[in-house]
Design a protein around this ligand. Structure first.
Ligand code: ZN
Length: 258
């Protein structure tokens, strides 16, 4: 990948819907946060984060051709709450892990460093959403809660999975596997089991977040599911990874209706 601060993943989207993913490149943060950190809660210099957010806004305006864009962020807590964003910015930041809107030119963003970002849009281009799904949020139903906001039927909703820690690196304890198996609805137990492979470390498993998310989305009735096949740990020069380095920045996955 060339060193772009922001790119549009290759997704088949309805006209006017745009998805963007940021990288570590092109910002002004230093050290552990080098360089395009967009999160204010990770001990980075607040002035650098503010500057990076200005840069992001400029790049989004250029990429969308929209003269006025607002960006809505969340206070993410690994929960399952969805914030329904109206046409204006909500401040202080809503405590939630997903954003849903029908508003135009309101960019909805989540920040991650290994957790799975999931973008949604309805094929009639009316509704968009983005969710932050770590294993806890995914297991407790953040994706299902996000889909529940949509008026469009599930078969008319497109989902795209962004860069996240891959099954090559996401080692978890047995409790994570047990939690997913306990929550698996009828007919998905085998697929859920297959999303975990035994690690060489006793009592540990490698979890496939993409697969776990796909199971939930297919169960919810979605048909069009695609994703970024990139692991954030394997690609830690492109994206931030918390597993790789606990003191680090966050990159953004964004969706907007123009
Ligand atoms: Zn990996």
């Amino acid at each position: 990948m060339t060193e772009l601060a922001l790119y549009e993943p290759a997704i088949c989207l309805p006209k006017g819907i745009k998805v963007f993913v940021t990288t570590r490149y092109g910002g002004c943060s230093q050290g552990h946060w080098q360089s395009f950190n967009l999160a204010g809660h990770v001990q980075d210099d607040p002035a650098a984060v503010a500057q990076n957010r200005v840069l992001l806004r400029d790049q989004l305006m250029r990429a969308t051709g929209s003269a006025s864009l607002d960006l809505q962020w969340l206070n993410q807590v690994h929960g399952t709450k969805v914030h329904h964003a109206l046409a204006h910015i909500t401040e202080p930041l809503p405590q939630a892990d997903a954003l849903y809107t029908t508003a135009v030119n309101l960019v909805c963003g989540v920040l991650t460093a290994d957790c799975l970002p999931v973008v949604f849009c309805s094929m009639d281009r009316e509704e968009i959403a983005v969710a932050h799904a770590g294993w806890r949020g995914l297991q407790k139903g953040v994706l299902e809660n996000t889909l529940a906001c949509f008026k469009a039927p599930a078969a008319q909703i497109i989902a795209w999975l962004g860069p996240a820690i891959g099954p090559c690196h996401f080692e978890v304890g047995s409790e994570v596997r047990e939690a997913f198996l306990a929550a698996a609805v009828a007919g998905t137990a085998l697929a859920t089991e297959a999303a975990f492979s035994a690690s060489a470390h006793e009592g540990k498993w490698f979890a496939d977040l993409y697969q776990l998310a796909r199971i939930r989305l297919l169960t919810a009735g979605l048909i069009q599911i695609s994703g970024e096949p990139a692991c954030t740990v394997c690609n830690n020069t492109t994206w931030y990874s918390y597993r790789d380095s606990p003191v680090t920045g966050r990159f953004a996955t964004l969706v907007v209706k123009t």
